[in-house]
Design a protein around this ligand. Structure first.
Ligand SMILES: [Fe+2]
Length: 169
């Protein structure tokens, strides 16, 4: 890779459609980790990132579900061409259709930092389950790995408070 890569966002988005993948990492440096994500309409979890994030909508609209400091779920709508800044530690869940594309900027994780993925009960909002990951390489797609573990295990999806079961996808 060139030392100062110049990337066409629309070309990279097209490439994601062609190869069927969800994420394309543009670069990963200690203070700058940037990737394009294609819509994850199915996202249900909240990601707690030790790094700040910015999200820019290249195409389409994002509904960013997030949880406030007192645990309330809110939704921020980010239209095409707009950008949001999400401080480190904010539980957030970016939801957008498969024909929408977002440019996400974070930084590479530092030694000892852990990413957390949480699911909440859709009936009573109790915490269902948390997966933790040490993200060494974003190309390994830690979000998909967390999903596999969560959805393969029905007890993770069963609410300890009201017994509702989140259906498998
Ligand atoms: Fe529940």
């Amino acid at each position: 890779m060139s030392q100062m890569p110049i990337v066409s966002l629309l070309d990279e988005a097209r490439r994601l459609v062609e190869n069927g993948q969800r994420v394309r990492v543009l670069w990963q440096q200690s203070d700058s980790l940037v990737f394009i994500a294609r819509g994850r309409e199915y996202r249900s979890e909240f990601h707690i990132n030790p790094s700040d994030e910015t999200m820019y909508m290249i195409k389409g609209e994002m509904r960013l579900h997030y949880r406030t400091a007192d645990g309330k779920e809110e939704v921020a709508v980010i239209p095409e061409g707009a950008m949001i800044y999400t401080p480190a530690g904010t539980p957030h869940s970016p939801r957008f259709p498969p024909d929408a594309f977002a440019l996400i900027s974070e930084r590479k994780r530092r030694e000892g930092e852990v990413d957390r993925f949480q699911w909440y009960c859709s009936k009573c909002d109790n915490l269902l389950h948390e997966e933790t990951f040490i993200v060494r390489d974003y190309a390994e797609d830690p979000v998909s790995k967390a999903y596999r573990r969560f959805f393969e295990n029905e007890s993770f999806r069963t609410c300890k408070k009201c017994s509702a079961v989140m259906p498998a996808i």
